[in-house]
Design a protein around this ligand. Structure first.
Ligand SMILES: [Ca+2]
Ligand SMILES: [Ca+2]
Length: 250
């Protein structure tokens, strides 16, 4: 089992655990005897439900299982131009979202999170739904690796959803980011996706010269003169790599 496949296996287990935990939370909310129509002094909840749908629009860059986090103001999965956290490095190099989700769950601004159920292939999409208490505001962050790269990822960084009315949607064209933690060699043995069978995922050494998050400059590929690249023209990408649609359900 390659590192990537092993990560997916662990993620699927984790996904089930998170789903159970969320279900329990919703059940407890329902048993409290209050509803959004009950304007008692004690009822300060502002329950809102959202659907987040991630559509892969690349030619041949499968997405690792998505990490989707709902939170109030203050949480950021990354900061442009600054060094990636180790949790983001793990996701961007190996597609393993477990540390990022754990870190988010410990943040004061955390509301809820889910992992995707598996890889989202080119042309495919996956949707997840949430119900959260939005009384302190609600934003969404989404992170997923482009697995036929060294350390590229896509997503949304703390997009505010508070102004969305019931039934309204917003769409985000998500660009590709370079985590800045691994050099973009495209070389055999360095890429966890299917373009490089059994390539290495996470390596704690920060071999990228910059060690800062920035827009990804794209892959070169063997078709464009990088003879040591395991990638070909079909692995190129241009922005956006994902269309992410958020709908407020109620
Ligand atoms: Ca890089
Ligand atoms: Ca590294």
């Amino acid at each position: 089992m390659s590192l990537f496949n092993k990560s997916l296996f662990n993620l699927e287990l984790r996904g089930k655990m998170i789903t159970v935990a969320m279900g329990s939370s919703l059940l407890l909310a329902g048993c409290g005897g209050s509803s959004s129509d009950n304007n008692t002094a004690d009822n300060t909840e502002d329950l809102r439900s959202f659907e987040i749908s991630v559509h892969n629009v690349t030619a041949n860059q499968p997405f690792s299982p998505i990490a989707v986090i709902l939170h109030s103001t203050g949480y950021q999965a990354w900061i442009d131009g600054e060094a990636a956290s180790t949790a983001l490095e793990l996701l961007a190099e190996e597609g393993d979202n477990s540390s990022l989700l754990t870190e988010a769950s410990l943040h004061d601004a955390y509301l809820a999170s889910q992992t995707g159920t598996g890889v989202i292939g080119p042309g495919q999409n996956e949707s997840v739904q949430f119900e959260v208490d939005a009384q302190n505001g609600v934003s969404v962050s989404v992170v997923s690796m482009l697995v036929n790269t060294n350390d590229a990822y896509t997503g949304i960084n703390a997009a505010a959803l508070t102004a969305l009315n019931t039934g309204e949607s917003m769409s985000v064209k998500a660009p590709v980011w370079d985590a800045g933690t691994e050099s973009n060699t495209e070389a055999a043995g360095t890429i966890p996706g299917p373009a490089d069978n059994a390539g290495e995922g996470f390596n704690a050494e920060r071999s990228d010269q910059s060690d800062r998050i920035r827009f990804h400059s794209g892959v070169v590929s063997s078709d464009d003169g990088l003879s040591t690249s395991v990638l070909s023209a079909e692995h190129r990408f241009d922005n956006p790599s994902a269309m992410i649609t958020i709908t407020r359900l109620n």
